[in-house]
Design a binder for this molecule. Structure first.
Ligand SMILES: NC(=O)c1ccc[n+]([C@@H]2O[C@H](COP(=O)([O-])OP(=O)(O)OC[C@H]3O[C@@H](n4cnc5c(N)ncnc54)[C@H](OP(=O)(O)O)[C@@H]3O)[C@@H](O)[C@H]2O)c1
Length: 267
């Protein structure tokens, strides 16, 4: 049975960070809901691999374009490429970024600035340039990957850069939602809990070693801290992303949704 509220047939979608753990899972969900998808990030080899995997998983062709989303000229080029390859774009997913954990007393400020660039400046740049296109067409959906760490700090040290950038994503989302609402464009964020993706591998390794437990034991302990008693999997984020890309959410803007196993309910 088709449901137009969640139908993305023929819609063009750009997923920045689309070769990453969450971005690729979201790209697959959008394709399965009918969208034509282009993935983008900096490393072409990773994009090619993701393109092949998405084709194998969905049977559909996926476009890709390499570029750095924190560089304005790259994003301007990305808008042009995406429009040429997809025909039109109505959905933008910002799933780029990284997490470098350092104690605040020893935080390398160059790394902090790199985190600002990748985790927040790039979201502003893409909203600006895709937003101009959405304003022209009178419709668009922007979906920003925030985190539970935009709302709740951690007890231990290490998350100053990450929490700062994710809190900024939340407020950028609300402000841009306010500015783009009159053009028919919704802007929302997703705040996942800790999820096993390439971004987190080195974090898991270090934390497990510090705690003197295996990675498997560490992941089990992490899950037990959530009401749902499990750690997030990339697929747990996909339904929220498809909802925010679909007509079902057309009157919803400036929100942060938490597919987080209940962490923010008790945090
Ligand atoms: N995994 C988690 O536990 C978790 C939890 C909450 C929120 N999140 C957020 O979800 C998003 C995706 O995370 P993930 O876990 O999927 O990470 P991931 O697997 O490391 O993927 C991140 C992606 O971002 C791309 N990227 C990084 N900097 C970029 C830039 N300047 N321009 C363009 N692309 C860039 C990376 O590719 P290149 O390096 O090739 O550019 C990669 O494809 C991030 O915003 C993250 O903060 C993750």
């Amino acid at each position: 049975m088709s449901n137009k509220l969640f139908d993305l047939t023929g819609k063009g979608a750009v997923v920045i960070g689309g070769a990453g753990g969450l971005g690729q899972a979201i790209a697959q969900g959008l394709i399965e809901a009918g969208a034509k998808v282009l993935i983008s990030s900096r490393k072409e080899d990773a994009l090619k691999k993701a393109q092949e995997e998405l084709k194998a998983a969905t049977g559909k062709s996926v476009e890709y374009a390499a570029g750095d989303a924190s560089v304005e000229a790259d994003v301007e080029a990305l808008v042009k490429t995406a429009l040429a390859k997809l025909g039109d774009v109505t959905i933008l997913v910002n799933a780029q970024g990284f997490n470098k954990k350092q104690d605040a007393l020893d935080f390398d400020i160059d790394v902090f600035r790199q985190m600002l660039d990748a985790n927040i400046t790039s979201f502003m740049i893409s909203a600006k340039h895709f937003g101009r296109h959405f304003k022209e067409t009178g419709y668009g959906k922007i979906i920003n990957l925030s985190s539970v760490r935009g709302k709740i700090a951690t007890k231990g040290t290490g998350n100053a850069g990450y929490c700062a950038t994710k809190g900024a994503v939340d407020m950028l989302t609300k402000q841009i939602a306010s500015e783009f609402g009159p053009f028919g464009v919704t802007v929302n964020a997703i705040g996942p809990n800790i999820t096993a993706t390439p971004m987190m591998v080195s974090v898991f390794e270090k934390r497990a070693a510090d705690a003197g437990v295996s990675i498997e034991q560490y992941l089990k302990q992490q899950g037990e801290g959530n009401p749902m008693r499990k750690m997030g999997d990339p697929v747990d984020i996909v339904g929220t992303a498809v909802f925010l890309a679909a007509p079902a959410s057309d009157f919803m803007t400036g929100n942060i949704l938490y597919p987080d196993g209940g962490l923010t309910a008790i945090g």
